[in-house]
Ligand binder design. Sequence first.
Ligand code: RUB
Length: 305
Amino acid sequence: MREAIRDMRVRGAGRIARAAAEALARAAEAFRGEDPGAFIKYMEGVAEFLRSSRPTAVSLPNAISFVMRSLRESPPASVEEGKRAVREAASEFVVYSKNAVRVIGELGARRFRNGDVVMTHCHSSAAAAVLSAAHRMGKVDRVYVKETRPRLQGLIAARVLSDAGLDVTLIPDSAVRYFMKDVDRVIVGADAVAANGAVVNKVGTSVVALAAKEARVNFYVAAETYKFSPRTIVGELVPIEFRDPAEVVGSDWIAAHPKVEVLNPAFDVTPAEYIDAIITEKGVISPYAAPLILMEEYGVRTWLP
Ligand code: RUB
């Protein structure tokens, strides 16, 4: 699963989180032995290994911590009990996560008006849930989807939204400002939401936000509460993943141009002042209310794993 997440066969922050929870349950089942202490140590190792799959989507460590808390808070008396605790916590997370995406779809769709033309970036299941629900309510028919170089996740969004019945226009990333004048609202997903309301999402998101602000177009983020980053409460920054430059131009081109530096940041940061609302499963909030979500999820203590 770590390899599948690293090479993006499993991608998107929500899917990554659910896959990690399920991988913990599978790893627990595979444990052979009778010593609960050894089981916990083994699971801590698996958790650490999975946590290092990709650095940016905070849903990954949050999902892992959710499952591991079932062992930490009440240490099991037997390995069987430990396996059951992990299995139940993993399945609770997966059920919660899928339901959260559905609720976000319903809550988010209410923010749209009849005839709205929307733009999105990358493929986010949460943003797609909002667009599909808004379409079912007869509010949104047309959506601009950016191709999202270098990995072209926009093509996934284009397929998903077209299958949901929307009229999809696929555009190059560089055409975002050209088409913004035709757009009423933007919606994107999130890999992490910081305590200061900044949103980390697929690289290029902040450029869409800039163009939207200039054109006075509403900019929404669809994000489950497990994408809020507790570490940012104490001022830690969300690490931005830099991926293999070969994803940008191919390894042959890089080899043929040894003097050219090719960089491939996978995410960027959109500050709170560019965001009109964050749609969570617990309600639609201002980005400045991010600390309230973190407070509700993690309490007043500054929780660190
Ligand atoms: C995906 C991406 C998505 C968020 C939210 O990046 O930035 O917008 O993860 O997705 P990558 P979702 O393709 O590099 O994983 O709403 O599905 O969790």
